[in-house]
Design a protein around this ligand. Structure first.
Ligand code: IPE
Ligand code: IPE
Ligand code: MG
Length: 256
């Protein structure tokens, strides 16, 4: 795989800041299929191609963390056949792509509840994490059976247990303490969250972590997401003014 050098990225018209961590809510597979008179699963199948393109683009564009929302805690509400297809798709993706991901230096990390997943999938996910643990080209975070409210509730429960055991003082429970109990602990917060398909909502994705994320909503349906769409989102991000409640970089410089 050809990794683009900084000057090549500059040549592609790069000016603004680049995000370290990009989260993607991969939406629109069903509509992509319906528009073609195809069954929904065909949209999911084609969506895997878009995942491959995104991983390649993320590496080339110097993104450090790419988090892809693949199956939400609420997606169990879908018909059993669709749920089974999505489980099988993840299994096939890991089986087919793990060696190549490892070869190009991708570290795989999984977010989400393992309980409730078929044991063979859970062990494949463990295998993917273990094999790629030492890689550094990109961390690909797969949010599967993930729900942010559940994640926060789990963190609260763990802290409550530790307080009940006398290990911590309840007075010491602050945002940093909660952060250490989240599934994302140790990762930078997402700088940019992209959602495809035109929907403009988080659907229980990284609620805590997205406190200061920038959002880019694209009309493109996920199976059509490509390098150009990724670059468009990064360009839009590059033009944003992130202030974190302050008065922005200009005022920080002058101290006014
Ligand atoms: C995203 O596509 C994939 C998952 C949520 C698993 P959808 O399946 O939600 O596609 P639409 O939103 O119905 O078009
Ligand atoms: C969000 O998409 C979940 C994933 C992309 C995995 P959904 O299609 O499930 O979200 P809603 O139901 O439209 O909010
Ligand atoms: Mg959807």
């Amino acid at each position: 795989m050809h990794i683009k050098a900084d000057h090549e990225i500059a040549a592609a018209g790069w000016a603004g800041a680049r995000p370290r961590h990009v989260g993607i809510i991969m939406d629109g597979n069903g509509r992509w299929a319906a528009a073609r008179g195809l069954p929904r699963f065909e949209g999911h199948r084609r969506g895997v191609e878009a995942v491959r393109r995104s991983v390649k683009a993320a590496i080339e564009l110097g993104v450090e963390f790419l988090t892809i929302y693949s199956f939400s805690s609420e997606n169990w509400r879908r018909p059993a056949e669709e749920v089974a297809f999505l489980m099988g798709l993840l299994k096939r993706f890991i089986r087919n792509d793990l060696a190549e991901l490892h070869r190009v230096g991708v570290r795989v990390r999984i977010l989400g509840e393992r309980a409730g997943l078929p044991p063979d999938i859970s062990s494949l996910l463990d295998e993917a994490e273990a094999l790629t643990r030492g890689n550094g080209a990109l961390t690909l975070v797969v949010a599967f059976n993930y729900g942010s409210r559940q994640e926060i509730a789990t963190a609260a429960r763990r802290l409550a247990l530790r307080a009940a055991r006398g290990e911590i003082d309840p007075e010491d429970i602050n945002d940093a303490a909660i952060e250490t109990e989240l599934a994302t602990t140790g990762m930078p917060d997402p700088d940019l969250i992209i959602r495809t398909s035109g929907e403009q909502r988080l659907s229980n994705f990284l609620l805590w972590q997205a406190a200061y994320a920038e959002f880019v909503f694209l009309p493109v349906l996920w199976p059509d997401f490509d390098r150009a769409a990724f670059e468009q989102a990064l360009r839009e991000y590059g033009g944003r003014d992130r202030r974190y409640g302050g008065l922005g970089p200009a005022s920080a410089k002058t101290g006014s």
